[in-house]
Design a protein around this ligand. Structure first.
Ligand code: FAD
Length: 267
């Protein structure tokens, strides 16, 4: 069974309510541990506090604190957000935790985003690492990375984090390709992600055969996962994009309980 299920967060009102409702539904009707994403974008302090109270009342254990993607469909003025960067949200959740409003005296576990290939808005990688380190020092408990297709990018990022004295677990982001459409969409969404020739070649060979594309995607992601587990990764976060069947196949083939107990710390 996965250790957590993360639920993404949009910028518009109705999709946001769907996130809150889904998180509570997972919490109350399954044995899974939901981790809602929460973003600075289009929120003021009172709204964030109300969401935290709602999640605390449902005994939600973890939150992924994010800057948030710029909304595409609605007018947006960043200066109206109470929090300009994810670090401000981390600090706010930390203060909320200290207030004792959460039924668990430890409060929410706080995750933050990390970008093995760098974040497009901060081309200077040294400065970006300083920002990440600041988020960690502000109270993050673990890092969940952007998806990547070349494990060397993740392993190098993990090493750079260690050099920056970042000592919290780093959970790797893996997205199994399940369709050419999804692949193209992710190339757009995860702007800047390197798409290795090995993967492109395999997909090109079968792009008109949806079942083969799915098989290639699963095989590629499975190889990535084996390599990460061999390198003692702290955890793997799958981007399912509403196609969880591929992730289930990978999960089954990995034999995770056996390997997890042998090596990896859990979050
Ligand atoms: C695992 C994961 C899940 C995600 N889920 C969602 C989701 O559900 N909804 C959504 O909208 N988006 C989501 N995103 C996308 C994310 O919100 C965007 O990529 C966002 O631009 C960066 O988020 P962040 O939390 O790193 O923001 P921040 O830490 O605020 O960083 C944003 C940019 O600002 C820079 N920066 C950070 N601190 C400072 C500072 N003090 N001064 C100046 N610059 C600074 C950073 O280097 C970076 O370039 C997700 C990303 C990841 C990796």
């Amino acid at each position: 069974m996965p250790h957590f299920v993360s639920v993404t967060y949009g910028a518009g009102g109705s999709t946001r309510d769907l996130t809150h409702d889904l998180v509570e539904r997972i919490q109350h009707t399954t044995k899974l541990d939901p981790m809602p994403h929460l973003t600075c974008v289009c929120h003021n302090e009172d709204e964030i506090e109300a969401i935290l109270l709602r999640y605390a009342r449902s005994a939600i254990g973890n939150i992924l604190a994010l800057g948030g993607d710029r909304p595409r469909d609605i007018p947006y003025d960043k200066s109206r957000d109470s929090f300009q960067h994810a670090i401000d949200l981390v600090k706010f959740i930390r203060r909320f935790n200290e207030s004792g409003a959460h039924p668990d005296r430890r409060g929410f576990g706080i995750g933050v985003a990390g970008f093995p290939e760098g974040h497009p808005a901060t081309p200077n990688r040294l400065v970006e690492m300083d920002y990440l380190k600041a988020k960690v020092d502000a109270g993050a408990d673990y890092i969940v990375t952007q998806l990547f297709f070349d494990d060397r990018d993740f392993l190098d990022f993990r090493e750079r984090c260690a050099l920056a004295d970042i000592r919290i677990p780093i959970i790797a982001g893996i997205m199994p390709v399940t369709s050419m459409k999804g692949f193209k969409r992710i190339a757009e969404l995860a702007g800047g992600a390197r798409l290795p020739a090995k993967l492109l070649r395999a997909l090109q060979g079968c792009e008109n055969d949806p079942e083969m594309v799915r098989r290639v995607g699963i095989h590629f992601a499975l190889e990535q996962c084996h390599d990460l587990l061999d390198n003692n990764v702290a955890g793997i976060h799958f981007y399912t994009l509403n196609r969880s069947d591929a992730t289930r196949v990978i999960f089954d083939r990995l034999g995770i309980p056996r390997r997890r107990n042998a090596h990896a710390p859990t979050v």
